[in-house]
Design a protein around this ligand. Structure first.
Ligand code: PHE
Length: 535
């Protein structure tokens, strides 16, 4: 969940100094004016808008931009180098993998991976087909969209919920899938009927006046599509066997309205609240062509020569007057000296890198635990889900170990298409990770056939699976941070330790979102920049 960073007792003077530093003297005066020359403590604690460091910041201060080595070329590392680069900092990004982006990884035909179990895969996807193995959806309020705008990354809608996608709860005995719209009609219908009955029987007399009870009843009648007797008997919200068309074709509604007991026993309602989430509500967005358009654009903006791939960090040494980072690249050991370092690796990986930053840092890193998630991309020769099932994007929810099945939100009516055949977490992800890629495909397809029928198998062209806990140099999909990122035990990570700053989604209230990586990077580099200007 996104929350404003709680105020940490920023003093009025520090606030104005910060505004002066990042916004220039003009911004400071404007701010003082807006605040009536007297910033209150409350105003001081309001979240400050981010302002990127700029070369002009140095002219007043008579200081020079520093040299910064950024360890980790995921979104936090790239964003750090990108923002510092705007002010002329000399940044080098060290990335252990052969591509920047970290968990922002889009798999296309020809891409190869080897996981920690030794499974080697090469994607055989046709031209234009891809799977976002990591992040795949962006809410409107996240800063990730601001970077897309700034960097010129085109966007399209990502369909996170679709009335025509399916729900399939095998353990509840469902023999065929149910459309979301049907499940919603039934669940909302019976919930409304029951609440209307309770109201009618006087169960809410203590809570509501008669007038309010009438208003509630009126709402429920509409919300649940209740009949004149205030009972739910189905209706056209459930959908049709034959859809309405021209004169003479009024449509044949889906019959067989289940009883209230059957509806609750099926458990179909348990997925509805997902779309109420602050971070999962429609509309959502994705970059056109793949999520990795974002790290690609960041890398271009930083300067590709400053992002060294295949460079695995082996030691971080704070020398008091500077930082030395050693790394291996192409079998050779190299090192970089810099004024500052930004540690933008996942905490579980950083914890394995020798350093002299002290036991507080190490304890904090080790308290944060890596979590599992995996996806399989199933490429199909035809878009049968559009043709046969009339599903254009959105997610099918299941209680099987594949969990979520994603339909593509782009390329409608194209020849081929790619489903995410599973997106699962925790134990389910580990279960699939332990299989060979071929076995993963077989198991995922067997689950999908139960929902969609034989074409789920017969139209399959190729597959590619990816598991983050088993991915070298990342070893996590996201992280569990006991107590939250502001817990005092993470102080040595949230404040610079010597000349080393830390950044990552794992140091944010939006873990498992690029927004967390971007905002954490902004926070770290703002502190670094203020220090350089104040030195
Ligand atoms: N951001 C990831 C996703 O949208 C992980 C996540 C899932 C985060 C659900 C919050 C809620 O899939």
């Amino acid at each position: 969940m996104a929350q404003t960073q709680p105020g940490t007792g920023t003093s009025r003077r520090a606030f104005l100094r910060d505004v002066g530093i990042t916004g220039g003297a003009g911004a400071m005066l404007a701010t003082m004016g807006a605040l009536g020359m007297a910033p209150t403590a409350q105003a001081a604690q309001r979240e400050k808008p981010f302002r990127a460091p700029s070369a002009g910041d140095f002219t007043l201060h008579g200081r020079a931009a520093a040299k910064v080595v950024v360890v980790g070329g995921g979104i936090a590392g790239l964003a750090s180098a990108y923002e510092l680069g705007k002010a002329g900092y000399d940044c080098t990004v060290l990335e252990a993998r052969d591509r920047a982006g970290g968990r922002n990884f889009t798999v296309r035909g020809g891409d190869s991976t080897v996981d920690l179990y030794g499974n080697r895969q090469t994607a055989r996807f046709a031209e234009g087909q891809y799977m976002n193995a990591g992040p795949g959806r962006i809410p409107q309020w996240m800063v990730t969209l601001d970077y897309c705008r700034e960097l010129g990354v085109p966007l399209e809608v990502f369909t996170n919920t679709n009335a025509d996608a399916y729900i399939f709860n095998e353990s509840a005995g469902m023999s065929e899938p149910m459309r979301y719209r049907t499940a919603k009609a039934d669940v909302y219908g019976y919930v409304s009927e029951l609440l209307a009955k309770a109201t009618d029987k006087g169960a809410l007399d203590k809570e509501l006046t008669t007038a309010d009870q009438d208003r509630l009843t009126e709402f429920l009648k509409d919300f649940g599509e209740l009949g004149d007797k205030m009972t739910y008997e189905g209706g056209d919200r459930r959908g049709y066997r034959t859809v309405p068309a021209a004169t003479g074709t009024p449509g044949v509604p889906l019959g067989d309205v289940p009883s209230a007991s059957e509806v609750f026993a099926s458990g179909v309602g348990r997925y509805f609240s997902f779309e109420f989430g602050f971070d999962q509500a429609m509309l959502m967005f994705q970059p056109v062509g793949g999520m990795d358009r974002i790290p690609q654009a960041l890398t271009r903006a930083i300067g590709a020569h400053k992002v060294r791939t295949g460079a695995a960090v082996t030691r971080i040494t704070d020398k008091g007057h500077g930082v030395t980072v050693t790394y291996t690249q192409g079998g050779r050991t190299r090192s970089i000296d810099a004024d500052f370092c930004i540690g933008a690796l996942p905490p579980n990986i950083l914890a394995k890198v020798p350093h002299n930053l002290g036991p507080g840092v190490q304890r904090a890193l080790e308290a944060i635990t890596p979590q599992s998630a995996g996806k399989i991309g199933l490429e199909y020769r035809s878009r049968w889900w559009e043709l046969d099932h009339r599903i254009y994007g959105g997610i099918t929810e299941t209680d099987m170990d594949v969990s979520h099945i994603w339909h593509p939100s782009h390329g409608f009516h194209g020849e081929r298409g790619l489903l995410v055949g599973y997106y699962n977490y925790d134990k389910d992800a580990d279960t699939y990770a332990a299989l060979t890629p071929k076995e993963r495909e077989k198991r995922a397809v067997a689950a999908g056939v139960k929902i969609y029928g034989e074409k789920y198998r017969s139209e399959l062209a190729s597959s590619f699976s990816h598991h983050w806990r088993q991915t070298p140099y990342l070893e996590a999909a996201w992280h569990d941070t006991p107590g939250g990122p502001d817990d005092p035990r993470y102080g040595p990570l949230n404040e610079p330790t010597g000349r080393v700053y830390f950044a990552g989604d794992w140091l944010s209230y939006t873990d498992a979102w690029q927004h967390g990586a971007f905002t954490s990077a902004r926070r770290a580099i703002s502190k670094l920049h203020a220090r350089v200007l104040a030195a």
